[in-house]
Design a protein around this ligand. Structure first.
Ligand SMILES: Cc1cc2nc3c(=O)[nH]c(=O)nc-3n(C[C@H](O)[C@H](O)[C@H](O)COP(=O)(O)OP(=O)(O)OC[C@H]3O[C@@H](n4cnc5c(N)ncnc54)[C@H](O)[C@@H]3O)c2cc1C
Length: 428
C-alpha cells in the first residue's frame, strides 16, 4: 500500500512540473535580505543559496515554528492533529544563510535598508519581502482571536491551536444542532477556498453523524458570488443547493455579539443581524503594519487600502524599487494568495533577480496560478487551479477540476505536505 501511495504521489508530482527547468546562476557577491521565513521566504532562501552561491543571505523572522497552514482545515475537521502542521524553521534554512530571529519593523527602500526589532539596521543589494499577511480579527466589532473555541466561535485561520479548538466547536454544534454561519471577508484573503471547505466539511460531518436535519448551515458571501472563478462559482453554488446550504449574498460581517450569539452584516439594504449557534469567522486581512507603513505598497488602486506591496504581476518585482521583490500573501497581485502560488512565484522572482545581477533580463513569467484543493467531505475534493484570466489550468489531465474525486482528496491529504516541503527546500 505504501509503495502504491508513493508511486501515485511521485506520478502526481512529476505531472505537475515539480522539477523546474534549468535555472540561471550568478557568481555575484550580493547581499540578499529576505523578510519572513514562511512558505515564500524559505523557498527563496533555498533557491538563492543554490543559484547565487557567493551571496550573503540573511533571513528575518521572530517566529521559530514553521506552520503548514493548508493543514489547518484538516485540523479543523478533526482529521489531523495540530502537530502535523508545525515544524521548525531551522530545519529548512540552508547552511550559510543567517537567520536573524527578529522581525523587521521598518523598510527603507530608498536607502536599501531594513531595521529589525532590536533597532539594528541591515543594508541589502536585493530585498525579498515575504511577510505573509495580518489577520485583522479586531476589525469585526466584538471579535478577538481569544474567543476562538468559546461560545460557538470557530476560526481555523489563526493557528494550529485555533484550528483544534474550532474542530471541538464544530463537533459540539453537530451534537446540539441549530444554525451555523460561515462566510468570508470583503478584503483580499489567503486561500479563499478555505471558508468553503469548512462549510462543506461541517455539512459532511453532520450528515455522517445523522444530524443534518438538525443542523442548518448558512453561508454569507461578501458579494454576488461564492467563488471568484465563474465556472467554479456555478458548480459550488449547485453543490450548496444540493446540500441544503443557504447562501446570503452581499453580506459582509461587521460585528458579533458572542454572548447573544448574533452576527451583524453590512448589506446593500443596511445592517442585518443573523442568529447563530455556531459561527466560523474568517477575519479581514491586510499587509502587516511594518509593510503597510512603508513606501512599498500600492499608492493608488484597489490594492492600496490593504497595504499590499506594489509589484509587477508577472515578475513579482517592484516597479518603483527594482531591487525589491514581494512574494506570497503580501504581494499586491490580483490572485495568488496560496502556497501553491508561491511555488510558481518564487522561481520567477529569483530568476529575475539573478538575471538582473548578471546584467540580463529573464523571460520567465508568473501567470497568476492559484490552487486550492476544495475538500468537500471525508475522502472527496475538487482540485481547482486557475490563473489571472480565470482559466482553469489543471496540472493533471486525468483529473476533472469540477468533480469531487478521491485522487484530489489524496493530493490534499497526502501529497501536498511533501510537495510543500520540497518547495521550502527550493526543489519545487
Ligand atoms: C486555513 C488555511 C488554509 C489554507 N489552505 C491552503 C491550501 O489548501 N493550498 C494552498 O496552496 N494554500 C493554502 N493556504 C494559504 C497558504 O498557507 C499561504 O498562502 C502561504 O503560507 C503564504 O506564504 P507566505 O510565505 O506568503 O506567508 P506565511 O507562510 O504566512 O509566512 C509569513 C512569515 O513571515 C513572518 N513575518 C511576518 N511579519 C514579519 C516581519 N515584519 N519581519 C519578519 N518576519 C515576518 C511570519 O512570522 C511568517 O513566518 C491556507 C491558509 C490557511 C490559513
Amino acid at each position: 500500500m505504501k509503495r502504491r501511495v508513493f508511486l501515485a504521489g511521485a506520478a502526481a508530482l512529476a505531472a505537475s512540473g515539480w522539477v523546474q527547468p534549468g535555472v540561471a546562476k550568478s557568481e555575484a557577491r550580493a547581499r540578499v535580505v529576505i523578510v519572513g521565513a514562511g512558505a515564500a521566504g524559505l523557498s527563496v532562501a533555498s533557491r538563492v543559496a543554490r543559484q547565487m552561491p557567493n551571496a550573503t543571505i540573511t533571513i528575518f523572522d521572530a517566529r521559530r515554528d514553521h506552520y503548514f497552514q493548508p493543514g489547518w482545515t484538516l485540523v479543523g475537521a478533526g482529521w489531523w492533529k495540530p502537530g502535523q502542521t508545525v515544524e521548525s524553521n531551522q530545519r529548512y534554512i540552508p547552511s550559510g544563510v543567517q537567520w536573524v530571529q527578529q522581525n523587521v519593523i521598518e523598510f527603507d527602500p530608498d536607502a536599501n535598508r531594513v531595521t529589525d526589532a532590536s533597532g539594528q539596521k541591515h543594508s541589502y543589494d536585493w530585498l525579498f519581502v515575504t511577510t505573509g499577511l495580518s489577520l485583522d480579527y479586531d476589525q469585526i466589532e466584538g471579535m478577538s482571536a481569544d474567543l476562538i473555541g468559546l461560545k460557538g466561535i470557530a476560526s481555523v485561520y489563526a493557528s494550529p491551536q485555533a484550528a483544534l479548538a474550532s474542530s471541538r466547536v464544530i463537533d459540539e454544534y453537530i451534537d446540539k444542532g441549530g444554525v451555523a454561519l460561515f462566510g468570508r471577508p470583503a478584503t483580499d484573503m489567503k486561500c479563499a477556498g478555505a471558508p468553503l471547505k469548512m462549510t462543506f466539511i461541517t455539512e459532511d460531518k453532520a450528515r455522517r453523524a445523522g444530524r443534518h436535519t438538525a443542523c442548518k448551515i448558512k453561508y454569507a458571501a461578501h458579494n454576488q458570488g461564492i467563488f471568484a472563478v465563474p465556472v467554479v462559482n456555478t458548480r459550488v453554488t449547485e453543490m450548496f443547493a444540493q446540500r441544503n446550504i443557504d447562501i446570503y449574498y452581499n453580506h459582509v460581517i461587521k460585528a458579533i455579539d458572542p454572548d447573544a450569539r448574533k452576527a451583524t452584516y453590512q448589506t446593500p439594504d443596511g445592517l442585518v443581524t443573523l442568529d447563530y449557534d455556531m459561527i466560523h469567522v474568517v477575519p479581514p486581512m491586510s499587509a502587516p503594519p511594518s509593510v503597510r507603513n512603508s513606501p512599498l505598497p500600492w499608492q493608488t488602486g484597489p490594492m492600496a487600502a490593504g497595504g499590499w506591496i506594489e509589484v509587477d504581476r508577472y515578475t513579482m518585482r517592484s516597479p518603483r524599487f527594482p531591487n525589491v521583490f514581494a512574494i506570497g500573501d503580501v504581494a499586491g497581485v490580483p490572485k495568488g494568495k496560496t502556497a501553491a502560488s508561491v511555488k510558481f512565484q518564487v522561481p520567477v522572482a529569483v530568476d529575475h533577480m539573478i538575471a538582473a545581477a548578471n546584467g540580463l533580463d529573464s523571460p520567465r513569467r508568473y501567470n497568476g496560478y492559484t490552487s486550492c484543493p476544495m475538500v468537500t467531505g471525508l475522502g472527496r475534493a475538487m482540485l481547482i487551479e486557475f490563473d489571472y484570466e480565470d482559466n482553469l489550468v489543471p496540472s493533471f489531465p486525468f483529473i476533472d477540476p469540477l468533480k469531487e474525486l478521491w485522487i484530489s482528496w489524496f493530493i490534499e491529504e497526502k501529497a501536498l505536505l511533501g510537495t510543500y516541503r520540497a518547495m521550502l527546500r527550493g526543489y519545487a
